[in-house]
Design a protein around this ligand. Structure first.
Ligand code: PLP
Length: 420
């Protein structure tokens, strides 16, 4: 008997047999139902499968009723929750030491969700760091006021001024990034959180740059922490996502808000983020080390006027950074001013000379990425506003990837020489 014939009745054939529940049904019914929901299909895989189903059913009507009336945890409809989504949310809650997390379609959706959940609206002023991601700046400056929320953007790095600002603005909500975008300033998060709470405000921290590898804002008392999952946590530049994590006291309201405004992330994208997350701490450790090496090189380079990297002792908030990040890792974003780089031709010459570092927006990927904020992320600011933020024509923001740092340094040296 041929070897394959002995397998004819094996257990492996069993799982491919016709579905007896639908054998006597019509063709269309068979097409819709046959093979699905096999009662003994208990499968454990190392990673959570992508559950694409939008709806769920239970063994009996009472079990569904228990979920509909919140007597038992479970799934009803994917906008409210989905097993692939829960796997990612549990992972993020673990990393952030949060009581719960909600994921949504982008980092911007996460910031928006957190602001709405925190009650941004008429009579609830929002005080936001001016040195934040461009779209967050626009959301606070242009969109929230249209919804009735008074807003104020200001420098939150100066604690003395901040105390006065709190008395003046009387914020209901304070939001900021700990390592700021684009200037990589360091905000003294515990001090700002303490001050905001003393003035009765709810605190939202966008921790996209810091990641849970450097700091966990909820442990410092923040009320909500948001991420653009499109960056370090997924890490491969192939998925958009966002998350909001919080304490138990706020989660029911956050979830209620998310479900009603439709802030969710597709199961496919949850799966991609969680796949990237598995190597997150390995990637970020390497990225932080390489960033320090690149920063040290640029610090002494004759064609670099100025470098901002919190790991360098000459960074204005280096001491704050040392206190906030005691493990001695300072992130993988840096900013530098190229000497004599004033014109658009010089900026283009710099970018076009790069062979490894990609001149593209975004950050936190395995690839190193670089942008000229004045011509990209912050091109909507006028000259005065750019100067106030410290953004010059020859300022570049670099996201250090996982490549060999020596190759990145060689690439930067080539570009620095090319734009003179
Ligand atoms: N927050 C920060 C600090 C960011 O850098 C970004 C995007 O670059 C966002 C939020 C928005 O994230 P997303 O692009 O996923 O909406």
């Amino acid at each position: 008997m041929a070897k394959w014939e002995t397998r004819e009745d094996s257990v492996n054939s069993e799982i491919r047999r016709p579905d007896p529940r639908y054998l006597d049904k019509g063709l269309t019914t068979q097409c819709v139902h046959a093979g699905e929901r096999w009662p003994e299909a208990r499968v454990w895989t190392p990673n959570t499968p992508i559950y694409r189903s939008t709806t769920y059913f239970y063994d009996c009507a009472e079990e569904l009723d228990d979920r509909l009336f919140n007597r038992e945890p479970g799934y009803i409809y994917t906008r409210g929750g989905n097993p692939t989504q829960s796997a990612l949310e549990r992972a993020l809650s673990t990393l952030e030491r949060a009581d719960a997390t909600r994921v949504c379609a982008s980092g911007m959706a996460a910031v928006h969700l957190a602001l709405v959940a925190a009650g941004a609206g008429p009579g609830r002023p929002v005080l936001c760091s001016a040195d934040v991601y461009g779209s967050v700046f626009t959301l606070v400056q242009n969109i929230l006021p249209g919804l009735g929320a008074p807003t104020r953007l200001a420098d939150l790095a100066d604690l003395h001024r901040l105390e006065q600002l709190m008395m003046e603005v009387k914020p209901a909500i304070v939001c900021f990034e700990v390592i700021t975008n684009p200037m990589t300033k360091i905000i003294d998060a515990p001090a700002v959180i303490e001050m905001a709470h003393r003035h009765g405000a709810v605190v939202i921290v966008d921790s996209t740059y810091t990641t849970p590898y450097l700091l966990r804002p909820l442990e410092h008392g923040a009320d909500y922490v948001t991420h653009s999952l499109s960056k370090y946590l997924s890490g491969h530049g192939d998925v958009l996502g966002g998350s909001v994590s919080c304490h138990r006291r706020d989660y029911d309201h956050l979830l209620f808000t998310a479900i009603q405004i439709g802030a969710t992330l597709s199961p496919q994208d949850c799966w991609l983020v969680q796949r990237g997350l598995k190597t997150f701490s390995l990637r970020i450790a390497r990225q932080c080390e390489s960033a320090l090496q690149v920063a040290r090189h640029l610090e002494t380079h004759p064609l670099v006027d100025r470098i901002w990297y919190a790991g360098l002792p000459n960074h204005p908030q280096h001491e704050t950074a040392r206190r906030l990040f005691p493990q001695g890792r300072y992130g993988a974003m840096l900013n530098f001013d190229v000497a004599n780089c004033q014109t658009r031709e010089q900026v283009f010459a710099f970018l076009d000379a790069l062979q490894i570092i990609l001149p593209a927006t975004s950050l936190g990927d395995v690839y190193s990425l670089i942008v000229n904020p004045a011509r990209s992320t912050h091109n909507w600011l006028n000259q005065e506003e750019k100067s106030a933020m410290g953004i010059g024509p020859g300022t570049f923001r670099m996201s250090v990837g996982i490549e060999e740092p020596e190759d990145l340094i060689e690439d930067l040296d080539r570009a620095l020489a090319a734009c003179q």
